[in-house]
Write a protein that binds this ligand. Structure first.
Ligand code: GLN
Length: 462
């Protein structure tokens, strides 16, 4: 079966695809991939095929399981939401369906997005198609996994708070776009940290990601933080060339803590950008060293309030009601939340306590304001900043087991600042080391997705 979205679209236009047969073949293939790599929490056995025209007509789409889908179980990777079937679609899903996208399933993630390797998923971690002993990255690990493993045309809807699109894209050798904060409506997303959450995409090629992102983007009255900025057809930027562009490499992103093999793969790709006519210089983002600690303070503070609504009464898991509300509430939450969620609830609640709020959460917000300024001044000098996507090659599950929480949090060092600043980034695969994929990320100014697509596509097929 053809895996190229562009060719698949042609075939659909020419009437060469019988939709029902095609979809049942795709679902069979999903089952096979599932038994090998476990990218899904739910495969949608009866997709809606009524809408057969539109920009995504006949294209299989997977949705990260923290995004609500009408009539399809949505768990956010947590036992506390097991059995929850939303009665509505998130706006991004509704937009995809309106354009004929076919929802084939819900992909695995770290519980509520809390993690970097998808190993905090209550339904089992997806395995990396390049080496099943290794992780796919996270938290959108299932999205990266199915995109890399699919032997059929497919694009994934993913989500990022602090790197959850870039990490899996890098580790699975796929293309991930994390758009500007507000570019895609968050309506129907199960919140992790509202002030940073972004819905984005993972695809096999830059074109695929650009296509789905164009369809999902735009103002939505149901999300007061969604932007009114005009969204154009992002696919029109694919292959436009980068002659004369200027890129900065922040020196903090290629430091001693970044794996040498990753740096060398990255530097080879930089040469290709130079050959294509770009000018590349070293630059510096000195505030990088404060990013991880301030990000985690903001993230856990917001997460701990968001999780308060899971009390076993309104959604998902329920238990026999015995004792008063507090007793019931803690019984359900003890059984329903995993270890990392509990850790973040405790830490986040502590950080928001009256006596500590100014010292922690508000101070972290001030650091974020400075980080935004730092990026903004770079974009006066450069068209984009480029760096390795992740500081390591995809790790083995046995290696992840040995990491402390702080060591895991530090793995996000290259993705967190841009997410805090709400700027867009695109991760594109740039070759391999030891048979494992390496990703290069391009960070741009707010609403510069088109330019990122232009740059990312210039590295494809080189
Ligand atoms: N690894 C980061 C965290 O655990 C980012 C995850 C995300 O973007 N959802 O918070």
């Amino acid at each position: 079966m053809e895996t190229s979205i562009r060719k698949h679209i042609e075939a659909i236009k020419n009437g060469d695809v019988k939709l029902e047969e095609f979809v049942s073949e795709v679902l069979e293939r999903c089952e096979k991939v599932q038994s090998k790599y476990r990218p899904f929490i739910t495969i949608n056995k009866k997709p809606d095929l009524k809408k057969s025209k539109g920009k995504l007509a006949g294209i299989p789409i997977s949705v990260k399981d923290s995004i609500c889908t009408d009539g399809i179980q949505t768990t956010a990777g947590s036992k506390i939401l097991e059995g929850y079937v939303p009665p509505f679609d998130a706006t991004c899903v509704a937009n995809a369906r309106k354009e004929g996208g076919i929802i084939i399933g819900k992909t695995a993630l770290d519980e509520f997005g809390f993690g970097t390797f998808s190993t905090n998923c209550a339904y089992g971690a997806p395995k990396n198609p390049h080496d099943p002993e290794r992780a796919c990255g996270g938290s959108s690990g299932g999205a990266g996994c199915i995109t890399a493993a699919a032997d059929f045309p497919h694009i994934a809807i993913a989500q990022s708070t602090g790197g959850s699109i870039t990490a899996p894209a890098a580790f699975t050798g796929t293309v991930g776009i994390t758009p500007t904060y507000g570019r895609v409506s968050r309506y129907g997303l199960i919140d992790y940290a509202n002030s940073m959450d972004k819905i984005g995409v993972i695809g096999k090629e830059v074109y695929d990601a650009a296509l789905l992102l164009s369809v999902m983007s735009g103002y939505d009255p149901l999300d007061s933080t969604s932007s009114e900025e005009k969204t154009d057809d992002l696919t029109s930027y694919v292959g436009k060339g980068i002659e004369g562009m200027r890129f900065g490499i922040p020196k903090e992103y290629v430091s001693d803590t970044t794996d040498k093999k990753v740096v060398s793969g990255f530097m080879k790709a930089v040469q290709k950008l130079e050959v294509a006519g770009a000018k590349v210089e070293e630059t510096s983002l000195p505030l990088t060293k404060y990013a991880v600690s301030s990000y985690y303070l903001i993230a856990i503070s917001e997460a701990s309030t968001n999780l308060a609504k899971y009390c076993g009464l309104r959604y998902g898991m329920q238990q026999e009601i015995v004792g008063d509300f507090e007793t019931y509430f803690s019984k359900v939450r003890t059984a329903g939340f995993g270890k990392e969620a509990k850790r973040r609830i405790l830490l986040g609640t502590y950080a928001r306590m009256a006596g500590y709020r100014d010292a922690y959460y508000l101070k972290a917000l001030r650091v974020r304001a400075k980080i935004i300024k730092e990026f903004k001044s770079e974009f006066k000098k450069f068209d984009a900043l480029i760096a390795p996507s992740m500081p390591i090659l995809p790790p083995k599950f046995s290696e992840i087991d040995k990491l402390t929480p702080i060591q895991t949090y530090n793995m996000d060092i290259l993705t967190i600042a841009s997410n805090m600043a709400g700027i867009p980034s695109l991760s594109v695969p740039v070759g391999k080391a030891d048979g494992l994929p390496i990703g290069l990320q391009i960070m741009g100014d707010h609403f510069a997705e088109g330019k990122l697509i232009q740059i990312g596509s210039s590295l494809e097929g080189r």
